[in-house]
Design a protein around this ligand. Structure first.
Ligand code: HEC
Ligand code: HEC
Length: 233
């Protein structure tokens, strides 16, 4: 309840204060960090399931959020904190998307919290494939980075199995549709993922690292790391 109120207060402030305040305050950060492990506590997963059916989310994101369309992201098992933040950014138009923004614009704060709880609780399905040469090249880069180019290991934030970090909101990347991952990495590299080329504020520290990381990757590396993330589980 306290968290829900905090989110509502913040959302009101975001609307009223425009970009003068960060989307999340330190209070919300602490609340999330202090919450017990289950991300479903953030919202009502049952209501989220009903809303996802009413709003046809799975028409694009796949049954229970396991996308079957390569350019559309899977949401199943994504951490709630990341999902909430992205829905807020999509709703505000800060993350432009012709497909998503009209839908996001209709979501209430309660919808966002409940939909996030629903998708966080779904089981991600990745293809059971042994890595081919492309994915193997991606594995080395993902797990170790490249110290010679000051490229950090992707695993240091996204987890050794691509499971992400629910406490910090670093997204899960395992099982993700490869073309979506490629588009996402290109958008970071070109700084077109968000309407603003530079995001400021402490909550965007890792985002700014993502800009740097992605801009150091070659097109071949982007393809291989996307192929590897697809088969991670
Ligand atoms: C018409 C297709 C479509 C529908 C319907 C749709 N989405 Fe999306 N959604 C997308 C696309 C495309 C993106 C990726 C946007 C981009 O990166 O440009 C996306 C992105 C997202 C993201 C961010 C994912 C990430 O990994 O960053 C979330 C969360 C999301 N959608 C939730 C929902 C929810 C919840 C619903 C239902 C209320 C919904 N979407 C309905 C197409 C759709
Ligand atoms: C310092 C931590 C950090 C490192 C290192 C890092 N990432 Fe990220 N990554 C993030 C964060 C945080 C986000 C979400 C940023 C945002 O809000 O848009 C993200 C987003 C992404 C996304 C988009 C996810 C989605 O659903 O839209 C992909 C793909 C990704 N990272 C891949 C990688 C790869 C590949 C590497 C290694 C080459 C890497 N990341 C290294 C923190 C990191």
């Amino acid at each position: 309840m306290r968290l829900r109120l905090t989110i509502l207060t913040l959302a009101a402030c975001v609307a009223a204060c425009e970009n003068t305040v960060p989307l999340r305050s330190a209070t919300a950060d602490n609340d999330v960090a202090a919450a017990p492990a289950a991300p479903t506590l953030l919202g009502d997963a049952e209501r989220g399931k009903t809303r996802s059916a009413e709003l046809y989310c799975d028409a694009c994101h796949g049954v229970n959020g396991n996308s079957e369309t390569s350019v559309w992201p899977s949401l199943a098992g994504q951490n709630a904190r990341y999902l909430v933040r992205q829905m807020e950014l999509l709703r505000a138009g800060a993350r432009p998307s012709p497909e998503m923004q009209p839908i996001a614009a209709t979501l209430s704060d309660e919808d966002i919290a409940d939909l996030a709880a629903h998708y966080a609780a779904q089981v991600p399905i990745a293809p059971q494939e042994a890595p081919d040469e492309t994915a193997k090249a991606g594995e080395a880069l993902y797990q170790k980075g490249d110290p010679a180019r000051a490229l950090p290991a992707c695993a240091s934030c996204h987890g050794a199995s691509g499971e992400g970090n629910p406490a910090t909101g670093d997204p899960a990347v395992r099982g993700q549709q490869p073309d979506y991952s490629i588009l996402a990495l290109e958008a970071y590299a070109n700084r077109t993922r968000y309407a603003q080329a530079k995001m400021t504020g402490p909550e965007n520290e890792n985002l700014n690292i993502m800009y740097e990381v992605a801009s150091k990757l070659t097109p071949a590396e982007i393809r291989s790391v996307a192929a590897y993330m697809r088969i991670m589980r």
